[in-house]
Design a protein around this ligand. Structure first.
Ligand SMILES: [Zn+2]
Length: 276
Protein backbone atom coordinates (compact mmCIF):
# COMPACT_ATOMS: atom_id res chain seq x y z
CA UNK A 1 0.00 0.00 0.00
CA UNK A 2 2.74 2.36 1.06
CA UNK A 3 4.79 1.57 -2.04
CA UNK A 4 1.84 2.23 -4.27
CA UNK A 5 1.28 5.59 -2.66
CA UNK A 6 4.91 6.50 -3.16
CA UNK A 7 4.99 5.47 -6.80
CA UNK A 8 1.86 7.50 -7.56
CA UNK A 9 3.48 10.47 -5.89
CA UNK A 10 6.55 9.94 -8.04
CA UNK A 11 4.55 9.89 -11.23
CA UNK A 12 2.84 13.11 -10.22
CA UNK A 13 6.09 14.77 -9.26
CA UNK A 14 7.65 13.63 -12.50
CA UNK A 15 4.75 14.99 -14.54
CA UNK A 16 4.90 18.31 -12.82
CA UNK A 17 8.64 18.64 -13.20
CA UNK A 18 8.88 17.27 -16.74
CA UNK A 19 6.04 19.50 -17.89
CA UNK A 20 7.48 22.53 -16.15
CA UNK A 21 8.92 24.60 -18.95
CA UNK A 22 5.91 24.69 -21.28
CA UNK A 23 3.57 24.72 -18.36
CA UNK A 24 5.13 27.77 -16.77
CA UNK A 25 5.87 29.50 -20.05
CA UNK A 26 2.17 30.22 -20.52
CA UNK A 27 1.80 31.66 -17.03
CA UNK A 28 3.65 34.89 -17.50
CA UNK A 29 1.35 35.80 -20.40
CA UNK A 30 -1.41 36.36 -17.88
CA UNK A 31 -1.44 40.14 -17.74
CA UNK A 32 -3.62 40.46 -14.70
CA UNK A 33 -0.91 40.99 -12.10
CA UNK A 34 -0.36 43.77 -9.63
CA UNK A 35 3.39 44.35 -9.46
CA UNK A 36 5.20 45.71 -6.40
CA UNK A 37 8.94 45.96 -6.12
CA UNK A 38 11.20 46.47 -3.10
CA UNK A 39 14.90 45.71 -2.69
CA UNK A 40 15.69 42.62 -4.75
CA UNK A 41 12.14 41.28 -4.95
CA UNK A 42 9.54 41.90 -7.66
CA UNK A 43 6.24 40.59 -6.33
CA UNK A 44 3.28 39.78 -8.61
CA UNK A 45 -0.08 39.39 -6.88
CA UNK A 46 -3.65 39.23 -8.13
CA UNK A 47 -5.73 42.41 -8.00
CA UNK A 48 -8.66 42.57 -5.54
CA UNK A 49 -11.74 40.61 -6.72
CA UNK A 50 -9.66 38.75 -9.31
CA UNK A 51 -11.19 35.40 -8.27
CA UNK A 52 -13.40 33.89 -5.56
CA UNK A 53 -10.38 33.45 -3.30
CA UNK A 54 -9.04 36.50 -1.53
CA UNK A 55 -6.12 38.38 -3.09
CA UNK A 56 -3.43 39.74 -0.75
CA UNK A 57 -4.12 43.26 0.54
CA UNK A 58 -1.63 46.12 0.81
CA UNK A 59 -0.40 45.16 4.30
CA UNK A 60 0.17 41.57 3.28
CA UNK A 61 2.06 42.64 0.15
CA UNK A 62 4.24 44.88 2.31
CA UNK A 63 4.93 42.01 4.77
CA UNK A 64 5.77 39.56 1.97
CA UNK A 65 8.18 42.00 0.31
CA UNK A 66 9.88 42.68 3.62
CA UNK A 67 10.17 38.96 4.47
CA UNK A 68 11.42 37.85 1.07
CA UNK A 69 14.10 40.55 1.10
CA UNK A 70 15.08 39.41 4.60
CA UNK A 71 15.45 35.78 3.41
CA UNK A 72 17.29 36.88 0.27
CA UNK A 73 20.00 38.71 2.23
CA UNK A 74 20.09 36.08 4.98
CA UNK A 75 20.74 33.30 2.44
CA UNK A 76 23.14 35.31 0.33
CA UNK A 77 25.21 36.63 3.22
CA UNK A 78 25.30 33.63 5.54
CA UNK A 79 26.08 31.24 2.68
CA UNK A 80 28.56 33.72 1.15
CA UNK A 81 26.95 33.53 -2.29
CA UNK A 82 27.82 37.03 -3.52
CA UNK A 83 24.62 37.25 -5.57
CA UNK A 84 22.77 40.41 -6.56
CA UNK A 85 20.16 39.64 -9.25
CA UNK A 86 16.48 40.30 -8.61
CA UNK A 87 13.98 37.55 -7.86
CA UNK A 88 10.46 37.48 -9.34
CA UNK A 89 7.60 36.06 -7.30
CA UNK A 90 4.19 35.14 -8.75
CA UNK A 91 1.65 34.62 -5.98
CA UNK A 92 -1.46 32.81 -7.23
CA UNK A 93 -4.81 32.98 -5.50
CA UNK A 94 -5.77 29.75 -3.76
CA UNK A 95 -8.62 28.80 -6.12
CA UNK A 96 -6.52 29.09 -9.30
CA UNK A 97 -3.19 27.77 -7.96
CA UNK A 98 -3.74 24.03 -8.45
CA UNK A 99 -4.52 24.44 -12.13
CA UNK A 100 -1.94 27.15 -12.71
CA UNK A 101 1.10 25.76 -10.88
CA UNK A 102 0.15 22.19 -9.99
CA UNK A 103 -0.28 22.75 -6.22
CA UNK A 104 -2.39 24.92 -3.93
CA UNK A 105 -0.49 24.16 -0.74
CA UNK A 106 2.84 25.75 -1.61
CA UNK A 107 4.86 26.32 -4.74
CA UNK A 108 8.12 25.95 -6.67
CA UNK A 109 11.12 27.92 -7.68
CA UNK A 110 12.45 27.96 -11.24
CA UNK A 111 16.02 29.09 -11.04
CA UNK A 112 16.44 29.42 -14.85
CA UNK A 113 13.83 32.17 -14.67
CA UNK A 114 14.85 33.52 -11.27
CA UNK A 115 11.21 33.07 -10.34
CA UNK A 116 9.19 31.63 -7.47
CA UNK A 117 5.61 30.47 -8.19
CA UNK A 118 3.59 30.17 -5.00
CA UNK A 119 0.07 29.95 -3.56
CA UNK A 120 -1.38 32.75 -1.48
CA UNK A 121 -2.48 30.71 1.53
CA UNK A 122 -4.28 33.52 3.46
CA UNK A 123 -2.97 32.39 6.88
CA UNK A 124 0.60 33.21 7.78
CA UNK A 125 2.81 31.19 10.13
CA UNK A 126 5.63 32.19 12.47
CA UNK A 127 9.02 31.16 11.08
CA UNK A 128 12.16 30.46 13.16
CA UNK A 129 13.22 34.10 12.71
CA UNK A 130 9.97 35.14 14.40
CA UNK A 131 8.53 36.64 11.22
CA UNK A 132 4.99 36.35 9.93
CA UNK A 133 5.70 34.23 6.89
CA UNK A 134 3.49 33.63 3.86
CA UNK A 135 5.95 32.14 1.37
CA UNK A 136 8.88 31.37 3.65
CA UNK A 137 12.57 30.85 3.06
CA UNK A 138 12.75 27.36 1.45
CA UNK A 139 12.08 28.20 -2.23
CA UNK A 140 14.22 31.33 -2.02
CA UNK A 141 17.07 29.15 -0.76
CA UNK A 142 16.65 26.76 -3.72
CA UNK A 143 16.63 29.63 -6.17
CA UNK A 144 19.69 31.46 -4.83
CA UNK A 145 21.76 28.29 -4.32
CA UNK A 146 20.97 26.97 -7.81
CA UNK A 147 21.84 30.29 -9.39
CA UNK A 148 25.03 30.81 -7.38
CA UNK A 149 26.34 27.29 -6.79
CA UNK A 150 24.89 25.35 -9.73
CA UNK A 151 22.22 22.90 -10.83
CA UNK A 152 24.07 19.56 -10.61
CA UNK A 153 23.25 18.96 -6.97
CA UNK A 154 22.41 15.85 -4.97
CA UNK A 155 19.17 15.88 -3.00
CA UNK A 156 21.22 15.87 0.23
CA UNK A 157 22.81 19.21 -0.66
CA UNK A 158 19.77 20.73 -2.33
CA UNK A 159 17.15 20.13 0.34
CA UNK A 160 19.78 20.11 3.08
CA UNK A 161 20.67 23.72 2.25
CA UNK A 162 17.04 24.87 1.98
CA UNK A 163 15.99 23.24 5.26
CA UNK A 164 19.14 24.23 7.17
CA UNK A 165 18.86 27.93 6.30
CA UNK A 166 15.09 27.88 7.03
CA UNK A 167 15.84 26.13 10.35
CA UNK A 168 12.63 24.21 9.74
CA UNK A 169 10.58 22.05 7.40
CA UNK A 170 6.81 22.38 7.02
CA UNK A 171 4.45 23.79 9.62
CA UNK A 172 2.74 22.68 12.78
CA UNK A 173 0.10 24.01 15.18
CA UNK A 174 1.54 25.31 18.43
CA UNK A 175 -1.08 24.67 21.11
CA UNK A 176 0.52 26.98 23.66
CA UNK A 177 0.91 29.89 21.25
CA UNK A 178 -2.38 28.90 19.57
CA UNK A 179 -1.07 29.47 16.10
CA UNK A 180 0.68 27.87 13.15
CA UNK A 181 4.47 27.87 13.42
CA UNK A 182 7.37 26.46 11.41
CA UNK A 183 8.29 22.93 12.50
CA UNK A 184 11.93 23.20 13.53
CA UNK A 185 14.76 20.82 12.61
CA UNK A 186 15.17 20.08 16.34
CA UNK A 187 11.54 19.04 16.71
CA UNK A 188 11.76 16.85 13.61
CA UNK A 189 15.00 15.18 14.68
CA UNK A 190 13.68 14.41 18.16
CA UNK A 191 10.58 12.94 16.49
CA UNK A 192 12.65 10.90 14.03
CA UNK A 193 14.95 9.73 16.80
CA UNK A 194 11.93 8.43 18.74
CA UNK A 195 10.68 6.64 15.62
CA UNK A 196 14.03 5.27 14.39
CA UNK A 197 13.98 7.44 11.30
CA UNK A 198 17.38 9.05 11.69
CA UNK A 199 19.33 8.84 8.40
CA UNK A 200 23.12 8.50 8.24
CA UNK A 201 25.04 10.75 5.79
CA UNK A 202 25.55 7.65 3.64
CA UNK A 203 21.78 7.12 3.49
CA UNK A 204 21.31 10.79 2.64
CA UNK A 205 23.59 10.32 -0.36
CA UNK A 206 22.28 6.93 -1.48
CA UNK A 207 18.57 6.99 -0.65
CA UNK A 208 17.21 10.25 -2.07
CA UNK A 209 13.86 8.54 -2.75
CA UNK A 210 12.93 8.65 0.95
CA UNK A 211 9.70 10.59 1.70
CA UNK A 212 10.09 14.36 2.19
CA UNK A 213 9.18 14.36 5.89
CA UNK A 214 11.98 11.89 6.65
CA UNK A 215 14.58 13.03 4.10
CA UNK A 216 14.36 16.82 4.34
CA UNK A 217 14.74 17.33 8.12
CA UNK A 218 17.57 14.74 8.19
CA UNK A 219 19.39 16.47 5.32
CA UNK A 220 18.84 19.85 7.02
CA UNK A 221 20.30 18.54 10.28
CA UNK A 222 23.44 17.20 8.57
CA UNK A 223 24.05 20.39 6.56
CA UNK A 224 23.52 22.52 9.72
CA UNK A 225 26.11 20.32 11.44
CA UNK A 226 28.63 20.89 8.63
CA UNK A 227 27.98 24.65 8.62
CA UNK A 228 28.49 24.83 12.38
CA UNK A 229 31.72 22.84 12.40
CA UNK A 230 33.43 23.77 9.12
CA UNK A 231 33.93 26.77 6.89
CA UNK A 232 30.79 27.42 4.84
CA UNK A 233 32.79 28.04 1.66
CA UNK A 234 34.22 24.51 1.95
CA UNK A 235 30.72 23.07 2.39
CA UNK A 236 29.61 25.04 -0.70
CA UNK A 237 32.15 23.08 -2.76
CA UNK A 238 30.01 19.96 -2.23
CA UNK A 239 26.90 21.56 -3.71
CA UNK A 240 27.36 21.13 -7.43
CA UNK A 241 28.91 17.64 -7.58
CA UNK A 242 27.85 13.96 -7.64
CA UNK A 243 27.58 11.74 -4.52
CA UNK A 244 30.92 10.06 -5.35
CA UNK A 245 32.65 13.40 -5.71
CA UNK A 246 31.20 14.58 -2.40
CA UNK A 247 32.78 11.61 -0.64
CA UNK A 248 36.15 12.16 -2.32
CA UNK A 249 36.12 15.90 -1.52
CA UNK A 250 35.79 15.47 2.27
CA UNK A 251 39.51 15.04 3.13
CA UNK A 252 40.61 18.11 1.15
CA UNK A 253 37.70 20.34 2.30
CA UNK A 254 37.45 19.27 5.95
CA UNK A 255 40.67 17.39 6.81
CA UNK A 256 38.64 14.28 7.67
CA UNK A 257 37.15 11.48 5.57
CA UNK A 258 33.43 11.16 4.88
CA UNK A 259 33.30 8.14 7.22
CA UNK A 260 35.06 10.01 10.04
CA UNK A 261 32.70 12.98 9.81
CA UNK A 262 29.71 10.61 9.55
CA UNK A 263 30.81 8.98 12.83
CA UNK A 264 31.23 12.37 14.52
CA UNK A 265 27.79 13.43 13.28
CA UNK A 266 26.02 10.25 14.43
CA UNK A 267 27.62 10.64 17.88
CA UNK A 268 26.46 14.25 18.02
CA UNK A 269 22.90 13.17 17.13
CA UNK A 270 22.93 10.47 19.81
CA UNK A 271 23.99 13.00 22.44
CA UNK A 272 21.52 15.65 21.27
CA UNK A 273 18.40 13.55 20.63
CA UNK A 274 18.38 10.82 23.26
CA UNK A 275 15.32 8.60 22.83
CA UNK A 276 12.36 9.76 24.87
ZN1 LIG B 1 12.93 21.71 -1.41
Amino acid sequence: MRNKKISILYILTFLIISGCTDFFASLDKHKDWEVNEAGNIILHTRPQDFSNSQSPDENTIFTILKNQNFYYYLIRDSLKLGYSEKVLIYLFNHDEALEAIGTNTGGYSMSERSTIYYTYLLASYVDVYNRNAYIGCHEMAHLLTHRSLGNNYTRMMNDGYAVAISGSFGRTYDEIEERVVARTINEWMQFHSNNNNILTPEQLLNEPERPDDVFCPNAGAFISYLWQNYDIENVNKLFNVSSDEIISLFPTQFGKTFDEISDDYMKYLEETYSNE
